[in-house]
Design a protein around this ligand. Structure first.
Ligand code: M6R
Length: 601
C-alpha cells in the first residue's frame, strides 16, 4: 500500500528521503515521488515507475523533504497521479495515504478557481491549502483548516516553498515521527527510517504536527498536546536481508527465533501455567459465551487454526469471519461475545472496521498483532503481541506461525480461566508449543530437498492443497502463499470437499499437496489421496508418521509436534512456494498488485 516518508534536519535531505522510499518499497506500490522545499523554492520529482527511477535530490534542492510510494486507488498508476501533488502556484506539495471520501464534491467546488492535473482524490488537499494560505495564515493553520473539510482517512505530509518546516496530519491512517540525532523523520511505517533512529512517536487520530529543524510540536483539536516518545526494539539489521536473496526467505528462516520470542516468559518451565501480558479479566473470559475472530488473508487462516484449538480445548464456540464481511451478530448479547481481531500489521482497514463495529455494539475486544503502537492496539480493549519482529516480505510467513503459536497460548489461558482444559490436553499443548521452534528448525534443515521437489513440480498446470481439521487452514494458507508469489493457480480445500466439485479439475499435471499430519485426521485424508491418485495426480504428502506418509507419491517427513504439527507442515510449504516462485523469477518480496499493509477497505 501507499507509503509516506519525510525528513527535516541537518543531514542530506534528498538522500534520506530517497532511502526512506527504498525502505518502503516492500509495501507494494506502482509509482513514486519526492518533493524538497528550501527557502523560496520547491522541487518535485515523480515517476510512474520505480523509486530507482527518481533522482536523488541534492542539498541545494531543499532542506525539508517528503516522499511517497503510491498504490493506485483513484486513477491509473501514471506520473501525473503519483504523489506529491501540488497546488496551482507550485509552492505546496502534499503526500497522502488513505482515501478522501468527499473529494469529488470538494473538487467541484474548487474547479472554478483551480486547475487539476490528476485523477486522484488527494489533489484537492494542496488546492485547499492554497486557498487558506492566500488568506495570509501559516502553513500549520492552513493545514488545520483544510483537514476540517476532509472526510475519509488520511495520513498527510506537506511542505511548501516560503513556509517553515513540514506539517503532518493523521486520521485513521498510520503516521509516526522518528526522533534522530540530526533531525526529525515522519513515516507511515518505521521501516522507512529505522536505520537512523528507533525513537518514535505514534500520532493519534486528529493529530497535526509541525516539524522544524529543531522542534516537533503536536496539536489536536487546535490545542497543543504532548505525545510520548517510545523506543522500538527493532534494529536496522532486523529489517535488512542479512545475505538472503529475499526478505521472504530470510523471514522463513527466522521462524524458530520468532517462535521462541512468542513463547518466551509466557509458559512455565514446570507445569502448564501460561502468563500472558493481557488485561482482559478472568471474569470476562469466564462469562464469554462465544468468541468471534475477524481477520483477512493469512491472518484469517490463523483464525481458522485458532478456532480448532479453542473449540477443542477451551470449550468455547468460535466463529471466524472474513473481516470485510463482518458485522457483529450472534451471541446472546454483545457483552457475551469476545471479538478477537487478528492482524499482523494492526492497520488493515477491513479488520479495523470490523473491530469498530463490534466495539460500538458493546462487545469486549482483543487484538492479536505484531505491531506495537498500531491502530488496532489503541482501539481494542486489550492487545496480545505475537512478537515475530518486523516482517518485510509481502507474503506473511513468520507472522502466521507466530499468530498460531500465540493462539495456542491463548487457548491454554482461556481454557484455564474457564476451567475447561484437561490436564492432559494442557500438557499436550504445552509440549507442542515448546517443541515448535525446534520442529520448525528441523524442517528448515530439509530446505534443499524441499527446493528440489518444488523445482520438479514448478511447471504444473495448477496446484491443489487439501487438509482436514487444523490441516485445512494450513492447506488454504499454503495455497495462498503459492498463488501470491508464483502467480500459479493454487487452491486449498477441505479434503472431504474434493469429490463435491474440485475433483473435476484434477489431472496428471495438477499435483495435490495433502496435509497428513497429526491434528488433521490423516487417515481420513489418506482416502482422498487415493481418489486423486486414481485420476492421475501426484500427491505430495506431509506427515510425521511413516505409516501415513506411505499413501503419498512424494513425502516431506516432519517431526511430530502434536496439535501444532500442521504448523510445521506450513513451514515446509512456505519453502515449496518460495522455490517454485524463485524458479520462475518472480518478484517474490513484492508480488504484482499486492501490498503489505492494506489500509483501504
Ligand atoms: O496485517 P494483516 O495481518 O491484517 O494483513 C491481512 C492480510 O492482508 C495479509 O495476511 C495477507 O493476506 C498476507 N500478506 C498474504 O501473505
Amino acid at each position: 500500500m501507499c507509503g509516506i516518508t519525510g525528513y527535516i534536519g541537518t543531514d542530506p535531505t534528498g538522500r534520506i528521503v530517497h532511502e526512506g522510499l527504498q525502505n518502503l518499497e516492500y509495501r507494494g506500490y506502482d509509482s513514486a515521488g519526492i518533493a524538497l522545499a528550501g527557502g523560496g523554492s520547491l522541487s518535485v520529482h515523480k515517476t510512474g515507475g520505480e523509486v530507482g527511477d527518481l533522482p536523488v535530490p541534492s542539498r541545494e534542492d531543499g532542506t525539508r523533504g517528503i516522499g511517497h510510494t503510491r498504490w493506485s486507488t483513484h486513477g491509473e498508476p501514471t506520473r501525473e497521479n503519483a504523489h506529491p501533488h501540488t497546488d496551482c502556484t507550485g509552492d505546496v506539495a502534499v503526500v497522502h495515504n488513505g482515501i478522501i471520501e468527499n473529494y469529488a464534491a470538494l473538487a467541484d467546488e474548487l474547479r472554478a478557481d483551480h486547475v487539476f492535473h490528476s485523477d486522484t482524490d488527494t489533489e484537492v488537499v494542496p488546492h485547499l491549502i492554497e486557498t487558506h494560505l492566500a488568506d495570509g495564515v501559516s502553513l500549520l493553520t492552513a493545514v488545520q483548516r483544510t483537514t476540517e473539510r476532509l472526510t475519509g482517512s488520511y495520513a498527510l505530509a506537506i511542505t511548501a516553498a516560503g513556509h517553515d518546516g513540514i506539517v503532518v496530519a493523521r486520521s485513521d491512517s498510520p503516521l509516526l515521527l522518528g526522533h534522530g540525532d540530526t533531525g526529525t523523520f515522519v513515516a507511515s511505517d518505521a521501516t522507512a527510517f529505522i536505520e537512523h533512529t528507533n525513537r518514535v512517536t505514534y500520532l493519534r487520530n486528529g493529530d497535526i504536527a509541525h516539524l522544524t529543524e529543531t522542534e516537533w510540536t503536536v496539536y489536536n483539536d487546535g490545542a497543543r498536546v504532548s505525545r510520548d516518545i517510545e523506543a522500538l526494539d527493532w534494529s536496522a539489521d532486523a529489517a535488512g536481508k542479512s545475505g538472503y536473496d529475499h526478505y521472504m526467505l530470510k523471514e522463513i528462516h527466522e521462524q524458530p527465533r520468532a517462535l521462541r520470542q512468542a513463547i518466551s516468559g509466557r509458559i512455565s518451565d514446570l507445569g502448564t501455567d501460561v502468563t500472558l501480558d493481557m488485561e482482559l479479566s478472568t471474569e470476562t473470559l469466564q462469562n464469554v459465551a462465544e468468541l468471534q475472530i475477524v481477520a483477512c488473508g493469512t491472518s484469517y487462516h490463523a483464525g481458522l487454526y485458532a478456532k480448532e484449538l479453542l473449540e477443542t480445548h477451551a470449550d468455547l464456540p468460535v466463529t471466524v469471519h472474513v473481516a470485510s464481511e463482518y458485522e457483529l451478530r450472534g451471541g446472546r448479547s454483545p457483552k457475551d461475545t469476545l471479538v478477537v481481531a487478528i492482524t499482523q500489521s494492526g492497520e488493515t482497514a477491513d479488520t479495523l472496521a470490523a473491530l469498530r463495529s463490534a466495539a460500538q455494539k458493546g462487545a469486549p475486544t482483543l487484538a492479536l498483532t505484531n505491531t506495537l503502537g498500531s491502530t488496532v492496539t489503541r482501539e481494542a480493549d486489550d492487545a496480545l503481541f505475537i512478537r515475530a519482529g518486523p516482517e518485510i516480505g509481502v507474503a506473511a510467513t513468520k507472522t502466521f506461525v507466530s499468530q498460531v503459536a500465540t493462539a495456542a497460548l491463548l487457548t491454554m489461558h482461556i481454557g484455564r480461566a474457564r476451567n475447561a482444559i484437561s490436564t492432559s490436553d494442557a500438557a499436550a499443548l504445552r509440549d507442542a508449543i515448546r517443541d515448535l521452534p525446534g520442529a520448525v528448525q528441523q524442517v528448515l534443515d530439509q530446505a534443499p530437498e524441499i527446493a528440489s521437489i518444488a523445482r520438479e513440480y514448478a511447471d504444473s498446470d495448477a496446484f491443489f492443497y487439501v487438509g482436514r481439521r487444523a490441516g485445512r487452514p494450513v492447506a488454504l494458507e499454503s495455497a495462498l502463499k503459492l498463488k501470491e508469489i508464483s502467480y500459479d493457480h493454487a487452491e486449498g480445500f477441505s479434503a472431504g470437499e474434493l469429490k463435491h466439485g474440485p475433483l473435476a479439475l484434477v489431472t496428471d499435471n495438477t499435483p495435490v499437496v495433502a496435509v497428513l499430519t497429526e491434528y488433521a485426521a490423516p487417515e481420513r485424508t489418506a482416502n482422498n489421496v487415493k481418489e486423486v491418485q486414481s485420476r492421475g495426480a501426484d500427491v505430495i504428502g506431509l506427515a510425521s508418521d511413516a505409516g501415513t506418509a506411505r499413501h503419498a507419491d512424494v513425502t516431506i517427513t516432519l517431526p511430530a509436534c502434536g496439535p501444532l504439527e500442521p504448523v510445521v507442515a506450513n513451514v515446509a510449504l512456505q519453502l515449496f512456494a518460495y522455490h517454485i516462485a524463485n524458479e520462475k523469477g518472480r518478484p517474490i518480496d513484492k508480488p504484482r498488485n499486492l501490498a503489505k499493509s492494506v489500509t483501504v477497505e
